[in-house]
Design a protein around this ligand. Sequence first.
Ligand code: PLP
Length: 475
Amino acid sequence: MDGEQFRAASRQMTDYIADYLTNIRERRVLPEVEPGYLRPLLPAQAPDTPDEWSDVMADIERVIMPGVTHWHSPHFHAYFPTGNSYPAILADMLSDAIGCIGFTWISSPACTELEVVMLDWLGQLLDLPSQFLAASGGKGGGVIQGTASEATLVAMLSAKTKMLKQVKKDKPYMADNAAAALVGYGSDQAHSSVERAGMMAGVKMRQVASDDNFAMRGPQLREAILKDKALGLIPFFVVGTMGATPACSFDNLREIGEVAQEFGLWCHVDAAYAGSAMVCEEFRYLMDGVELADSFNFNPHKWLLVNFDCSAMWIKDASEVVEAFNVDPLYLKHEQQGQVPDYRHWQIPLGRRFRSLKLWFVMRLYGKHGLQAHIRKQVDLAHQFETRVKKDPRFEIIAPVTLGLVCFRLKRSNEVNETLLKNLNAGGVIHLVPAKIKDTYFLRFAVCSRLTEPQDVDEAWQEVLKQTDLLLQEI
Ligand code: PLP
């Protein structure tokens, strides 16, 4: 394909994308295919001679779309949202065209420098404490990771290195066995990626019991730390979650941060979903105490209209990450080293894409007010659904609706609720996933697509009512 052919093909693709997203409401949100559906639709081998572009285009509807779960359908209410917007898509096109691998400053200076500035812009939009921002001129700074899971792992590995150095200095007689004694903490509501990071980092992790509001509190964390210290273990790391996945609950960051400081633990904040809401002043009370954290992460690719992948992470003292992962082969050295960040030291892979373009385009083309309007609209839609649920005495809400997630269930057994969810998903009109807290199974209605309108929420509720009536008639 040459430049002229690309021009024509990309026009076709642009039309296809605009049509797809404009008419996505018409598609069944969950596909009906069975595992293995795709192989019979393709030849057994790659072609020997080039196919025609028109044939490739035609195969999108024939091969791909039947097996797509439409995450941006206004009828998609599963998990948490993932971002999608035209400005972000345009930025990804440009990123793909530039196609640089920005591991050091010299490997593409714009890639590094735009990222530094965009993480400052974004941090300011969230009103993060200035110590996290490169613009403060201190030790802090931001970086784009691929996912929240990577951010947690990077924070944990940095904390591990820091604590092991500390032990070597303060208690050299313990140094040989210290790694096996390290222990980290998260709430019983923390995302599975926290437990997984512990496995990958080779450290013990403890789940601290959350309170009646599903929040991890300081006294419970303190108690767990003291218990472990009494066993001769070395507490080194804690994750506080803002907007935990099961019910969008919020740990008490101030209490957790204070305990972390008392015992010298690294405090990482996982705000994967809820962080985006901090662009609105009225939700900032949820991050009270964030200034006590060592690192903070959220996914603009979840709720801030940026396409996957873009996970923003800020570190108060970036040297603690950079030094933890610093290897410096000759082929990656450059003359400006030390004057600007070399992001290869801030992350697990070496290679990295030009992801800050997405942040730049989205922040410019929506502006602060546009981003706030997006969050506020989605929170209002969640309250619209909550109101419907509350009016029907057969249902209960099982957690406060703080942002865009409504957790609800029929006042029946877990089994009845499981069947309701199964029937809802089989109906194909809407898509939801469940969660369970302390043996209570419930349904999660997340407002996900930026295309969701009040009428979609009403239709979703009508579908819940229809499936509920059918189910209750049967049992
Ligand atoms: N943390 C929380 C609170 C989440 O809700 C999720 C995913 O939904 C994650 C972490 C993992 O996100 P990622 O896929 O970016 O690793």
